[in-house]
Design a protein around this ligand. Structure first.
Ligand code: NDP
Ligand code: GDR
Length: 352
């Protein structure tokens, strides 16, 4: 971007979430004008982006926030009409798989129909030739996996209302690309984490709880399926790829993953190691426990956290992204876990 040309404009839904915060920072540092959609809540929900909004980016008008909701066409249409973005990043979603079993209809409304609302607003406002569209698709589409590792060609078999809603969003994005010539891409992202990860996702739940147990602020960490296998990367690395996908000549869908797999139990052990703690696992299934060297149980299994249908194993093959986008993840699993554990230890010390 030269100094005289007007800056590119990006619109981010889900700007207050983990990825929204990293992506905002990334795009702002590239000189973009960033518009974010946040929803109205009874308490502040902008903690992850306050440092951007309250600083120079917000004061200068480079970073602007709008109230809107994925379940409300009128707000989405109005914001798109006002901002006429060059790039739209659709990150907003009810993103918790377990919660989607409890709120399946709302999950479908926000995650599936919300994506349609956004695409349709782009189309009817005549922005199809201007606004490139990124859809936050997910490895949860593979669900009951049909082949390992999973690529862009692996068949989908979602296993939760969240996965099924995201399946609709995936295909409606493909359909608007084919039907209306929209530059629209699906990033099929495998799990990505960070110190900004929501506290009820398993990684953050683990690092937060172990930090608190280390400081004597909590007794036990209760978890569900310790055998689930995931391909965990760092959110900071993954948002750069979201941007890269919209900078290509042709819109395409890409798998983004590290190609390395660990279990939930492995994550607990790695987090314990990063915090200088020792945990010994013993027993099986619901009777499995993790003890500290004195024999005290500090990790236990609580069936409350089991899901009606589980995604047991996910492992991605991001060869296409490597070849076409020149992208590879930078952060290793031990470094990711250590960064999260250190951040949560600091947080616990502050709150303690
Ligand atoms: P988060 O849960 O951290 O953030 C979700 C964002 O969506 C929040 O800003 C939330 O607002 C917003 N939101 C939720 N419902 C609505 C709604 N009805 N209207 C407007 N905004 C809404 O998710 P992540 O940042 O981790 O993920 C970003 C996207 O990527 C999501 O779509 C997720 O499904 C998808 N994804 C995530 C992966 C991961 O491992 N992180 C992997 C693959 C896909 P509020 O802050 O108010 O709650
Ligand atoms: P996931 O992430 O369902 O993969 O979805 P989550 O961290 O919630 O679960 C990962 C695995 O850990 C098992 N697990 C537990 N999960 C939670 N949340 N809490 C527990 O106590 C617990 N114990 C074991 C789960 O059963 C599961 O197998 C995330 C979200 O970010 C989605 O939005 C995204 O699309 C996918 O990653 C890729």
């Amino acid at each position: 971007m030269t100094q005289n040309s007007s800056p590119k404009v990006a619109l981010i839904t889900g700007v207050t979430g983990q990825d929204g915060a990293y992506l905002s920072e990334f795009l702002l540092s590239k000189g973009y004008q960033v518009h974010g959609i946040k929803r109205r809540t009874s308490l502040f929900n902008t903690a992850r982006i306050d440092h951007l909004f309250d600083g120079e980016y917000g004061r200068s008008g480079q970073f602007v926030l709008h109230h809107g909701d994925m379940t409300d066409s009128s707000s989405l249409t109005h914001i798109l009409q006002q901002t006429k973005p060059d790039e739209v990043y659709n990150l907003a979603a009810q993103s918790h798989v377990a919660v989607s079993f409890e709120e399946p209809e709302y999950t479908a409304n926000s995650d599936a129909l919300g994506t349609l609302r956004l695409l349709e607003a782009i189309r009817i406002l005549g922005l199809a030739d201007k606004s490139k569209f990124y859809q936050a698709s997910t490895s949860e589409l593979y669900g009951l996996v049909q082949e390992t590792p999973q690529t862009e060609r692996t068949p989908f078999y979602p296993r939760s209302p969240y996965g099924v809603a995201k399946l609709y969003a995936y295909w409606i994005t493909v359909n608007y690309r084919e039907a209306y010539g929209l530059y629209a891409c699906n990033g099929i992202l495998f799990n990505h984490e960070s110190p900004l990860r929501g506290e009820t996702f398993v990684t953050r739940k683990i690092t937060r709880a172990l930090a608190r147990i280390k400081l004597g602020q909590q007794d036990v960490l209760k978890l569900g399926n310790l055998d689930a296998l995931r391909d965990w990367g760092h959110a900071r690395d993954y948002v750069e790829m979201q941007w890269l996908m919209l900078q290509q000549d042709e819109p395409e869908d890409f798998v983004i993953a590290t190609g390395v797999q660990y279990s939930v139990r492995d994550f607990v052990l790695a987090a314990a190691q990063a915090l200088g703690m020792t945990i010994n696992f013993e027993g099986q299934g619901v009777d499995e426990v993790g003890r500290d060297p004195s024999g005290k149980v500090i990790v236990s299994v609580d069936p409350r956290y089991f899901r009606p249908t589980e995604v047991e194993t996910l492992l991605g093959d991001a060869s296409k992204a490597k070849q076409k986008l020149g992208w590879t993840p930078l952060t290793s699993f031990p470094d990711l876990v250590a960064e999260m554990a250190e951040a949560d230890l600091k947080e616990a010390e502050k709150n303690g």
